[in-house]
Design a protein. Sequence first.
Length: 116
Amino acid sequence: MNQLDNLSDLNKTWLIDIDGVIFIHNNYLEHNKDKLVPGIKKLLKKIGKDDCLILLTAREEKYRDLTLNSLKKYKIKYNQIIFNLPTGERILINDEKPRGLKTAIAINTVRDKASY
């Protein structure tokens, strides 16, 4: 069973990296366009209409238009996008609900593969 199979009924905040998770890593640099990671649409369908999707990327601001156009082309809806992040670890810290619900989930995927 994977970590996304038994989520609560509460609205969620999704923090998803762009390169290597949504789009093929660095395809935009090599070919000046983005290409979806095969299978990513399956993950995106798990995101509820009232959930919040925040996209994270180390892409520089100068790639903002290219990135936003690619997201629009592939009909990927999001709430916020953060550019210029460091390329190191991304650390999520959150408190556990008093009734025991774990409110932080971290999933590392194989680059350019839908492995969740």
